[in-house]
Write a protein that binds this ligand. Structure first.
Ligand SMILES: Cc1cc2nc3c(=O)[nH]c(=O)nc-3n(C[C@H](O)[C@H](O)[C@H](O)COP(=O)(O)OP(=O)(O)OC[C@H]3O[C@@H](n4cnc5c(N)ncnc54)[C@H](O)[C@@H]3O)c2cc1C
Ligand code: FES
Ligand code: FES
Length: 1305
């Protein structure tokens, strides 16, 4: 049992969250304290991987243990909440505990310590900036300041953006742009602001409780001793010997026993690969395996030393020893910088890394290149082996004999001044990611010369084991000839089968050369520094030798303050904290799976298809039935009502009936007493299939004409005539990959039968309470009035819990209807497999334009991969089409949208809902037009957008272009991207909302509305609105939950419209109540709110009111292409600057400036949070996140280990967010605008900045003009697009000549 299961299920401590169960998200972080070598150590760990047995003599501190709302918040809890660093809050306890553990070890950390502490924590909502900002207060003395700004209404913009600039600079500074500067041409209105505008730090209050490290809980003295232990479970025995002799004796007796230290490898094998290890030996208390000894030759580490400990020892050695002795240590430290997150490094052992023998181990290449020595031992004695190419005998195999264990590793000093060692790691994401290729290189020269005595190049990720490049070794002189020979022999030696697991064959091969080239240049520099006569590294190549060091991010947020003199009780427009933030930070906020267990409650696990398209021949549950804890199975026959389901059309089944149409298709479910038993039984169900040919990719669907109907067309003007008028016609195409929602809280439902009249109560993590209610009722065969759906809050939704949640809820309700309360929270891998994501899109365009650049005609076809059911795909496509021009006005346009019917899990709503894909294609063609006209990037920006960038653009450009010229192997790029996002559901009937407001006789108000809270701050905004209308402090108003028995027939919380719709309904209800209270106010004007409420009550006036709102005048007719589809638009502009490493494809997000139009913000802190969160999610979409599917439609990326969302380190180094000022919107509540989705597309500025930088790299190889770059701009795509001498040595295999590991869907 893991610590996490024990905390949540046995102790009921639900503050610690389950986000992934594989050590990849940090939601489960707790602090362990242990007494070792006479001192106590505190360290953050992942409770999901920590075996409970390993915690003997260990103190565990969880988020509940450090503070609570009722008692007192700990400063780490208070500051993240007040700094707006908690939105949905599901990641918050984990982040709190990472910070807490850091402070326990170091009460005054540096920013770099903090960034390191968070490497293993993910957040999908906030964009990370506010978390760092809040916790910065532990590292530096905060300077609270306000800038008085000048506002300057700049007429260069279509959208009348008003740019803020600090008094000592900004704007275009009067230098003017293409159409002049509004300061000199008189069009601008310069004025000194009447109000101060809060800048940066003033977005959160500063009345923090001080942090006093002396007040922390002490280490329990009774945990200060050790002894050997034995725990016996039904499937495994855990033996924890405390002497070397004992463990050797036990290993002799149990040669198949696993030695487990951190469990970061074994834990994954047991959970995800169904491995069973009956005997486990835990050496954590054996002195020899935990010791560190300094010898004449190097440092000897016991095999159980953790990576954090090893890092600390090596860092100290580097500080004290002469530099020439520490080359190997520095290489190990370089690998450790990017090795997993802190929580993993704190428990994972060096011996575990070696003995796992993973081909992508980050340490083994260094150990191999450095010739480390390993001491292996059994009960009869020991032997020392060198880590060379004979140590690994095959995939995850070594020379270790079954009775032996690894006792220690000696990491040698580099012995000579003529020895140089480097290590490299390239992974999709820089932080906490496994390698694509990892390498270590060591060279020793004859003293005083460049004659190579010994050259060792060791690579991971290029074979089934870590390998030494043999043919490349030992060349004579370090120079160009050696480089060329080494590269061609490496290209021959480091080959990969085109079908190799992990794919990226060309990229991986190119990396072996590129990394060697980096080493080559680095060594050249070092030789010259030693006075050896070698060629000088050209100045434009020096940047290729520089190691990446993150810079501490800085940020500015600008928003309009409320007018002076406004009552403090009126919180509308103020940066009020999310109302649940404090509870979220203490772990007290209740999510669906935190609802206490019902007595006799059962757990459900899904049985899903392993085939993409097949007929089900048989389902055999006999083996599963015999397993412990199993209560029953649920299949299609158990559905009393209708098995047909779907959010718009009923084209799918709740449980598969005869046929499966995707991998992950739900066939049935097992209900058992515990989650573990249900999951084991589900895996034991045997299904026989007759496989049918699947359609997996968009291209396959096009070839098979596999489309859902209708095929939508939107046309404006006469495209054919427009093409005739054009000077040039250009064609292009682009593919945009899908995206996993990766809400930190996976789908969860608890269904409780009420025992009479078919009533059922469901607690669900869903954005669509009413849809869940109606579809559950349909499956149960009861009217909707028997089903109540309750939603307290979600740990993120992003569209992923709009329609796909209903299937799980229905299955759970069907099971509960048979027996008693049933619960299911999907594991991360199940959630990713089953629930679909953002639609992949393929766009084909033809664009006609004049020499001046004016676009005359556009013909574009969009193809989306809809998956195995319609779901919301038609509306998603419609929105893509409505956004096909983005912010540009093209006179003659035709757009067609095809929904590809494929055998993938149905794709669904995702923040932006097709808008980002639609606009991405438009940015692609407009970039092509600019490039084909030979416009330089700075002209292109102005030409394309005709929108002057926000402040900062002018400052960035000179640096950017200087960098492009000066460096051959690093290039900078810049892009400005506008967005114009339509607000309203495109399905007109959904643009309605209701609210219910009760005033109780003590004056307190209970507010309910149709929207759900998923972290976006909707409830906070609704309370702000009610507070304004009722004229009472917000503290008198409470929202408990969203439920179908209070506000019926609600629209999903989606389309960014929930504040508009529900806010207006809340306003309506509150106004009704105020009208009823008016006579009592008039009668007693000096009375209090409570007085008026009481008087009205005694007068028998109803103190409860319903509110309702519908958006007026909406409706679009596709036949005539006419009508009003959106109520209004939200606008924004972003300017981003990036730097790419042309040799590895890695990139840095240097800076981003965003100006976003949110009307009169209801809550600037929440709105800025939405802008930053959406931006970071878009950053993931366009530059990082890749879902890999096999050609047979199997999703290969099913967790944070293989699917990378942005982490703390991906924030732009400089991030400025300004909310557009003085821009009231007369079409929505209190002049505000929607904000949830519109900013997401602004992240494409990073994609196009990368494309700009790639263009510069290609120009170095003489390649000019438009080129295709698909999204995301991953490291692989960037490297492959930067064609050079190395890529030419690694040509791709002929398409069609092999079966690829993954396909572009
Ligand atoms: C989220 C996450 C991120 C990761 N990131 C990285 C990364 O960036 N780079 C990387 O290289 N790896 C990474 N890993 C892999 C893993 O963390 C490392 O391999 C780690 O060093 C394993 O150590 P452990 O103590 O946890 O091993 P355990 O799981 O305890 O054991 C691993 C294996 O080693 C054997 N073993 C351990 N000690 C001995 C011994 N003394 N004698 C004989 N056999 C022994 C065990 O029997 C077992 O087979 C990551 C893992 C996770 C879960
Ligand atoms: S749940 Fe433990 S790291 Fe994700
Ligand atoms: S607030 Fe971090 S995941 Fe939602």
């Amino acid at each position: 049992m893991t610590l996490l299961t024990y905390l949540r299920r046995k102790l009921g401590l639900t503050g610690t969250k389950l986000g992934c169960a594989e050590g990849g998200c940090g939601a489960c972080t707790v602090m362990l304290s242990r007494f070792q070598t006479h001192t106590q150590h505190h360290y953050a760990v992942n409770a999901c991987l920590a075996p409970l047995c390993s915690l003997h003599l260990v103190a565990v501190t969880t988020v509940e243990g450090i503070g609570s709302v009722a008692r007192k918040l700990h400063p780490v809890q208070e500051r993240i909440a007040k700094a707006h660093g908690s939105q949905c809050g599901f990641c918050t306890p984990g982040i709190v505990m990472s910070m807490y553990a850091l402070l326990r070890n170091n009460p005054t950390p540096k920013m770099a310590d903090m960034e390191e502490a968070f490497q293993g924590n993910l957040c999908r909502c906030t964009g990370y900036r506010p978390i760092l900002e809040g916790y910065k207060t532990f590292t530096v003395v905060r300077q609270i300041y306000k800038h008085t700004v000048k506002t300057h209404s700049c007429q260069n913009t279509h959208s009348h953006c008003i740019f803020f600039f600090l008094q000592d600079g900004g704007c275009c500074g009067g230098r003017g742009r293409e159409n002049g500067c509004c300061m000199t041409n008189g069009s601008g209105v310069e004025k000194t602001s009447e109000e101060d505008v809060d800048v940066s730090l003033s977005i959160f209050t500063t009345d923090f409780a001080p942090f006093d490290p002396t007040q922390e809980v002490i280490f329990p003295p009774e945990l200060m001793r050790s002894r050997s232990l034995c725990f016996r479970g039904d499937r495994a025995t855990w033996l924890q010997p405390d002497t070397l002799e004992e463990i050797l004796r036990l290993k002799w007796k149990h040669p198949d026993a696993r030695v487990v230290v951190g469990n970061t490898e074994v834990g994954i094998e047991v959970k995800f690969k169904n491995m069973v290890y009956p005997v486990i030996l835990a050496p954590s208390f054996i002195p020899e395996l935990n010791s560190v000894t300094h010898t004449e030759d190097g440092v000897v580490f016991g095999a159980a030393c953790t990576l954090s400990h090893m890092g600390a020892v090596l860092r100290q050695a580097v500080e004290t020893l002469p530099p020439h002795q520490t080359e190997v240590f520095l290489a190990v430290l370089e690998q450790l910088r990017w090795f997993a997150g802190q929580q993993i490094r704190n428990v994972a052992a060096v011996g575990g890394n070696i003995m796992t023998a993973s081909p992508i181990s980050d340490l083994n290449p260094v150990f191999m290149a450095a010739g480390c020595k390993l001491t292996l031992m059994d009960k009869d004695g020991s032997r020392v082996v060198q880590m060379d190419d004979s140590f690994f005998t095959g995939y995850r195999r070594t020379v270790l004999r079954p009775q032996e264990i690894l006792v220690s590793i000696e990491i040698p000093y580099s012995q000579k001044v003529e020895t140089f060692v480097s290590a490299f790691k390239q992974s999709p994401r820089r932080e906490d990611d496994i390698s694509i290729v990892t390498a270590a290189m060591s060279v020793t020269f004859t003293p005083g010369s460049n004659v190579v005595e010994d050259l060792r190049l060791s690579y991971g990720g290029m074979a089934a084991t870590t390998v030494l490049a043999k043919r490349t070794a030992n060349r004579l002189c370090w120079g160009e000839e050696l480089l060329q020979e080494a590269c061609s022999t490496l290209a021959e030696e480091m080959t990969l089968d085109p079908s190799v697991p992990g794919g990226m064959v060309t990229y991986r091969r190119t990396l072996t050369l590129s990394l060697f080239y980096k080493f080559y240049l680095t060594v050249l520099q070092k030789l010259r520094q030693q006075g050896v006569n070698v060629e000088e590294v050209k100045s434009d190549c020096v940047s290729a030798t520089e190691l990446y060091h993150p810079q501490t991010p800085s940020s500015v947020q600008i928003y309009q303050a409320v007018p002076k003199g406004r009552s403090q009780d009126d919180v509308l427009g103020r940066p009020m904290m999310h109302l649940s933030a404090m509870k979220q930070a203490t772990g007290e906020a209740v999510y669906c799976d935190d609802v206490p267990l019902y007595e006799n409650e059962l757990y459900l696990s899904l049985i899903t298809s392993s085939k993409a398209h097949a007929r089900i021949i048989s389902v055999d549950t006999s083996a599963a039935e015999r397993l412990p804890g199993v209560v029953c199975f649920v299949f299609a026959d158990d559905i009393l009502g209708s098995n047909a389901t779907g959010p718009v059309v009923y084209d799918e089944s709740v449980l598969a009936d005869g046929q499966v149409t995707c991998v992950g298709h739900i066939i049935g479910a097992v209900v058992a007493d515990t989650q573990l038993h249900a999951q084991r039984a589900a895996k034991a169900v045997k299904i026989q299939y007759e496989e049918l040919q699947p359609v997996v990719t968009i291209q396959e669907a096009i070839a098979a004409q596999s489309f859902y109907q209708p095929i939508r067309t939107i046309q404006k003007g006469d495209p054919e005539a427009g093409f005739k008028q054009a000077d040039h016609v250009l064609e292009g195409e682009m593919h945009i990959g899908g995206q996993e929602h990766f809400y930190l809280e996976t789908n969860a439902t608890l269904a409780v039968p009420r025992g009479e009249d078919g009533e059922m109560e469901l607690f669900v993590s869903t954005q669509s309470a009413s849809k869940t209610q109606s579809l559950v009722a349909k499956a149960l065969g009861v009217p909707a009035n028997r089903v109540v759906v309750r939603v307290k809050r979600m740990g993120g939704g992003f569209g992923g819990k709009e329609s796909r949640t209903t299937v799980l809820s229905t299955v759970v309700a069907v099971a509960a209807n048979k027996y008693r309360p049933v619960r299911c929270m999907l594991d991360r891998d199940e959630d990713m497999l089953i629930t679909g994501g953002r639609h992949p899109f393929y766009g084909k365009y033809k664009v006609g334009f004049l020499n001046s650049g004016k676009v005359m005609a556009l013909d574009v076809s969009y193809y989306s991969n809809a998956g195995n059911s319609m779901d919301l795909s038609l509306s998603v496509m419609e929105r893509a089409l409505f956004h096909m021009e983005n912010s540009y006005n093209v006179a003659n346009v035709r757009g067609q949208g095809f929904l590809c019917r494929t055998n993938l899990p149905s794709n669904t709503a995702f923040r932006g809902f097709g808008g980002p894909q639609g606009m991405m294609i438009s940015e692609s063609w407009i970039t092509d037009v600019a490039q084909s006209l030979g416009k330089a990037a700075e002209e292109k920006s102005l030409y394309i957008t005709d929108i002057t960038a926000a402040d900062g653009d002018d400052l960035l450009l000179p640096f950017c272009f200087a960098h492009v010229r000066q460096n051959r192997w690093t290039k900078r790029g810049l892009a400005i991207v506008p967005t114009k996002f339509g607000i309203s559901f495109t399905a007109v009937f959904l643009n309605q909302a209701g609210a219910l407001v009760h005033i109780y006789t003590d004056g307190s108000v209970l507010l309910t509305h149709g929207g759900t809270e998923m972290g976006q701050g909707l409830h906070t905004k609704m309370v702000q609105i009610a507070s304004r209308v009722l004229g009472i402090p917000y503290s008198k108003i409470h929202i408990s939950e969203t439920s179908t028995n209070t506000v019926p027939n609600t629209s999903p919380t989606a389309a960014s419209a929930s504040s508009d719709l529900n806010g207006a309904a809340v306003q309506n209800a509150c106004e009704i109540l105020m009208k009823r209270l008016e006579p009592y106010k008039n009668k007693n004007p000096k009375g209090s709110w409570e007085d008026w409420v009481k008087s009205a009550y005694f007068d028998r006036v109803s103190l409860s009111a319903n509110g309702f709102y519908k958006t007026p005048d909406l409706g679009y007719d596709f036949d005539s292409n006419s009508g009003r589809v959106f109520n209004y638009f939200s606008y924004g502009v972003a300017c981003s600057e990036v730097e790419i490493d042309c040799l590895t494809g890695a990139h840095k997000n240097l800076s981003t400036t965003i100006v976003m139009d949110v009307g009169h913000s209801l809550n600037p802190a929440i709105d800025i949070g939405q802008v930053e969160g959406a931006f970071m999610q878009g950053l993931g979409l366009f530059t990082l996140e890749e879902l890999h599917y096999s050609p047979r439609g199997v999703l290969l990326t099913r967790g944070p280990g293989s699917y990378k969302i942005p982490a703390f380190g991906d924030i732009p180094t400089t991030l400025t967010v300004s909310l557009l000022r003085d821009a009231p919107n007369d079409k929505a509540i209190f002049a505000s605008k929607a904000v949830g989705e519109p900013p997401l597309f602004l992240a494409s500025s990073v994609f196009f900045a990368i494309k700009d930088a790639i263009s510069a790299a290609r120009a170095e190889s003489g390649i000019k003009g438009p080129f295709r770059l698909d999204s995301p701009a991953s490291a692989e795509r960037i490297r492959n697009a930067c064609t050079d001498r190395f890529t030419k040595l690694c040509p791709p295999a002929e398409p069609g000549s092999f079966t690829p590991w993954s396909v572009q869907v």
